[in-house]
Design a binder for this molecule. Structure first.
Ligand code: A2P
Length: 275
C-alpha cells in the first residue's frame, strides 16, 4: 500500500496519501498524527483548507519524534482567489511555507481559473520558485488536457502531477491516457466519491465477496489503474483500513465490472465552474 510512483522530475511519491479537505483546524493535528502513525507518507494539504498551521505542527512533532522528514511528501496548493498571477502565487506560497513551518515538497495550482487568463503566468512563477530551490515538485489540480497542454507548449515545463476528481463513476480514462503520454501522475481527489460510491451495489458486491470493505475495493481499483489517490477520513480506524489494501488484488473481471460503473457523475466542482 505504500507503493511509490516515479515522477517525471526524477522524484517519487507514495501512490496512496491522505487528504485534509474539510478537516477542521481543531481536528487537523489529531488527524495528521493518526495518518502518519498509520503509515501514510503523503499529506495532501492546501491554503484553502485553513488548517496548515495545525498540519505543520503535527508534521514537525512527528519529525521531532523520529520520522525521517525525507520520507514524507507534504503538498500544498495555491488557491488563486481573489488574485491569481505571479505576485499572488509568491505571497501565497510564502504564507503556506511559514504556516507549515516545514518545506513544501509538492506545490500545485489548485484551479486553472481559465477565464482569468493567468495560469501560464502563474506556472512561470512556480518554475522560478522551483529553480530557486523552494519547491521540489510542481503540480496542478483540476486542469483539463487543454490547460496542461498550454503549460507544456508555452513554458516547456510539464507538471509532474495533476490532481483531479476521479472515482469509479468518473474514471477519467482520456485524461489518464494523456497524462501517461507525458509521464504525469493522475492523483485522484474524492477517490471514494465523497463516500457516495461506497454505497454502489456493484462495489458492495465485490467487497462482500472478498471480505473487504467498499473503500478498500475502490482504493485497489485506483492503484491498479496506476494512479495516485488521497482518500480523506477523520477517523483513525478508517485511515488505517484505507492503507491496508496490500493483501488482495482485483481480478480483470472485477476491474471490468467497475469500469462499467462510469456515469460521468461528479461529486465535486467541475473545472470550468470555478473562475
Ligand atoms: P469520515 O471523514 O467521517 O471518515 P473522499 O475522499 O472520496 O472525498 O471521501 C471522503 C468521505 O468518505 C468522508 O466522508 C469520509 O468520512 C468517508 N470515508 C473515508 N474512508 C472511509 C471508509 N473506509 N469507510 C467509510 N467511509 C469512509
Amino acid at each position: 500500500a505504500t507503493d511509490e510512483l516515479a515522477l517525471n522530475d526524477g522524484h517519487r511519491i507514495p501512490a496512496l496519501g491522505f487528504g485534509l479537505y474539510k478537516v477542521a483546524a481543531a481536528e487537523a493535528r489529531r488527524v495528521v498524527a493518526a495518518g502518519l502513525d498509520a503509515g501514510y507518507r503523503l499529506v495532501d494539504g492546501a491554503e484553502l483548507y485553513g488548517n496548515e498551521r495545525e498540519v505543520g505542527e503535527a508534521v514537525r512533532r512527528a519529525v521531532d519524534e523520529g520520522l525521517p522528514r525525507g520520507e514524507l511528501t507534504l503538498t500544498s496548493k495555491f488557491w488563486g482567489d481573489p488574485d491569481q498571477g505571479a505576485d499572488a502565487l509568491r505571497s501565497s506560497f510564502t504564507a503556506s511555507e511559514s504556516a507549515l513551518g516545514s518545506p513544501i515538497d509538492v506545490y500545485m495550482i489548485h484551479w486553472p481559473r481559465p477565464a482569468r487568463g493567468q495560469f501560464v503566468e502563474t506556472w512561470r512563477a512556480m518554475i522560478e520558485l522551483r529553480d530557486a530551490g523552494r519547491i521540489r515538485t510542481l503540480g496542478v489540480s483540476n486542469f483539463t488536457q487543454q490547460h496542461v497542454q498550454r503549460l507544456i507548449d508555452e513554458t516547456g515545463v510539464t507538471p509532474a502531477i495533476n490532481q483531479v476528481e476521479s472515482h469509479p463513476w468518473l474514471p477519467q480514462h482520456e485524461l489518464r491516457a494523456f497524462h501517461r503520454q507525458h509521464g504525469i501522475i493522475t492523483q485522484a481527489w474524492s477517490p471514494l466519491g465523497r463516500a457516495r460510491v461506497l454505497d454502489d451495489p456493484s462495489i458492495r458486491g465485490i467487497a462482500e465477496a472478498r471480505g473487504v470493505s467498499p473503500a478498500q475495493v475502490i482504493i485497489r481499483w485506483h492503484l491498479q489503474l496506476g494512479g495516485a489517490l488521497i482518500p480523506k477520513s477523520t477517523h483513525a480506524e478508517r485511515l488505517r483500513q484505507n492503507l491496508d489494501v496490500g493483501g488482495f488484488a482485483l481480478g480483470d473481471d472485477e476491474m471490468a465490472q467497475i469500469a462499467g460503473l462510469e456515469t460521468g457523475e461528479r461529486t465535486g466542482t467541475h473545472p470550468d465552474d470555478r473562475q
